[in-house]
Design a protein around this ligand. Structure first.
Ligand SMILES: [Zn+2]
Length: 287
């Protein structure tokens, strides 16, 4: 895999292997077990897409895109208005990113509106290897590279829920409720969650919660794992966030204000906080 220098730094930060939580893993790769199921059980929300005239863009788009080598003059800006929320989401797309605004808006719109409400600006960023999808918990920006599936979006939004869904800036995954649940369980949810820290275990559990909250189903676990081995974690996340974020229905609530609009000609300075979010950046395998 080839990364740009910047991307390599981000991804290394995120993929430093931590001690595994458990020797048993329920679903080694979540996409294999959940990808099609989540897609099939998701609810598509109609949307309309309107492109901004060239010349201005949200400040955070300018910074995040510039950090990935996409200058402001290459950033397309769109209002995407979903039928369940009067206020549009302002998407940004690098004009040479490998996925369209329409497809990304459709997949984003397959998440419950309360998950979408945690996101400030969805951004379709360039990334040659197409695998570095990230969330910035401090401000709610969501960066997707390549043609990311719905479970990747759900994983990234779950980082935002972890960081801001309980008390702003206090990761729920670091609190005793989740720490104790993970310790009481006999498995981790996935290989990625097992070896990349509690916030990744939580984000992977968020994908499972999205599916289970809305279907009351779970796929059979891997043959090396025991049914129900992650039940304490699932119960904890459903009790705390299930109806508040992971269930379909309702309308947008508690959305953050958009990042300030600035001219595309304004010089962009990439700050450290544009590169490393408080809960860390993550790399999520799409396949
Ligand atoms: Zn992650």
């Amino acid at each position: 895999m080839k990364y740009s220098q910047v991307a390599a730094a981000l991804c290394l930060f995120a993929t430093s292997m931590a001690q595994p939580w458990h020797s048993m893993v329920a679903y080694p790769d979540l996409s294999t077990f959940f990808g099609q199921r989540i897609w099939d059980s998701s609810v598509w929300t109609p949307n309309t897409v309107t492109q901004w005239p060239a010349g201005t863009l949200p400040a955070s788009c300018a910074s995040q895109m510039q950090a990935r080598g996409c200058s402001a003059s290459h950033v397309q800006v769109y209002n995407v208005t979903y039928s369940d929320c009067a206020r549009p989401w302002v998407f940004c797309r690098c004009d040479y990113a490998p996925v369209s605004i329409g497809r990304t808006a459709d997949i984003f719109g397959r998440m419950p509106v309360h998950m979408r409400s945690m996101v400030r600006h969805p951004m379709i960023v360039p990334n040659p290897d197409g695998q570095c999808c990230c969330a910035a918990p401090d401000d709610g920006d969501l960066m997707v590279a390549g043609d990311c599936p719905i479970e990747t979006f759900a994983h990234e939004v779950s980082h935002l829920i972890d960081n801001r869904g309980d008390v702003f800036g206090e990761d729920f995954s670091s609190k005793s409720t989740f720490v104790n649940a993970l310790a009481a369980d006999t498995c981790s949810i996935s290989n990625y969650g097992n070896t990349n820290g509690r916030h990744e275990e939580f984000a992977e559990m968020g994908v499972v919660a999205l599916y289970n909250v809305n279907t009351n189903l779970l796929p059979a676990v891997d043959s090396s794992a025991t049914t129900g081995c992650f039940s304490n974690q699932l119960s904890a996340i459903k009790t705390k966030f299930g109806s508040q974020f992971y269930a379909y229905g309702g309308t947008c609530v508690n959305r953050q204000p958009d990042s300030l609009t600035q001219p595309a000609t304004k010089r962009v300075r990439v700050k450290r906080e544009n590169l490393v979010g408080r809960a860390g950046w993550c790399r999520y395998k799409q396949d």
